[in-house]
Design a protein around this ligand. Structure first.
Ligand SMILES: C[S@@+](CC[C@H](N)C(=O)[O-])C[C@H]1O[C@@H](n2cnc3c(N)ncnc32)[C@H](O)[C@@H]1O
Length: 235
């Protein structure tokens, strides 16, 4: 971590772990489940589904052999891991929150694919292994620019293939809304989505020696994200 920044990677990770094992678990598992939702949250659910469909098309277009190893970093309730396993990939599903991992495991058992998914409570910063592809959806949206490189850096070393991930691109209107949100009492706030400016993303790719091969903005109601396919830059 850069010594000039006040960002503390360890504290940030601990905050995310405790959030996603508590309020964050209820909030996001209902968004990713079948509960009835408010209009705002249901647009998040739909936008997320659109993003996952697109990401899945990208994975299919890689033409990886059956049994190829894919890491789902920050797997949440396991939606994408299960989809991958159902298509015959060998999945490693990792999440910082044990509650998320447990929910994902139960879902995979219910869907009959638990034998194709290796679950682990771990962080995107520390997970190890070698994979044909890495995916990381709506996890890096919780990292400010100062922490992005460290969080993304480890993932970029785990594959010679693609890292397909999302981040929240900087948007002035949303930034204003987030700023306003800062005036609400803490308990009324939602997870802070951390927007990353283009130049910070370019720096992050350069520092990690990665190159963006394609990207696509996905906006649906209150869901705004950038889906990116990055690969190691040739030396
Ligand atoms: C918004 S959810 C997205 C879940 C899943 N990727 C999806 O799109 O369905 C964010 C997930 O990232 C996990 N997470 C946050 N920080 C993490 C970290 N440093 N390492 C691993 N998982 C993390 C959370 O516990 C949570 O399950």
């Amino acid at each position: 971590m850069s010594s000039t920044s006040s960002f503390n990677a360890e504290e940030h990770k601990n905050m995310l772990r405790s959030y996603f094992n508590g309020n964050g678990f209820s909030r996001w598992s209902s968004i990713y489940g079948n509960d009835k939702l408010s209009t705002v949250r249901s647009t998040v659910r739909q936008g997320h589904a659109v993003m996952m469909d697109r990401a899945f098309e990208w994975i299919r277009s890689l033409d990886l052999p059956k049994g190829a190893r894919i890491l789902d970093a920050g797997c949440g309730t396991g939606l994408f891991s299960i989809r991958l396993a159902e298509s015959g990939y060998a999945v490693k599903a990792v999440d910082i929150a044990s509650q998320m991992v447990e929910k994902a495991r139960q879902e995979s058992i219910a869907k009959g694919v638990s034998d194709r998914i290796d679950f682990e409570v771990n962080t995107i910063e520390e997970v190890q292994g070698s994979y044909d592809a890495v995916v990381c959806f709506d996890v890096l949206i919780h990292y400010p620019a100062e922490g992005f490189v460290d969080a993304f850096g480890n993932l970029s070393t785990l594959t010679k293939g693609p890292v397909i991930f999302t981040f929240a691109p900087y948007n002035r209107v949303l930034a204003f809304q987030h700023w306003l949100g800062g005036f609400f009492p803490k308990k009324e706030r939602r997870t802070t989505i951390q927007m990353i400016r283009d130049n910070a993303m370019r720096d992050a790719m350069e520092t990690t020696n990665m190159k963006v091969k394609s990207s696509e903005k996905i906006s649906f109601g209150f869901y705004h994200t950038m889906l990116v396919h990055a690969e190691r830059s040739p030396k």
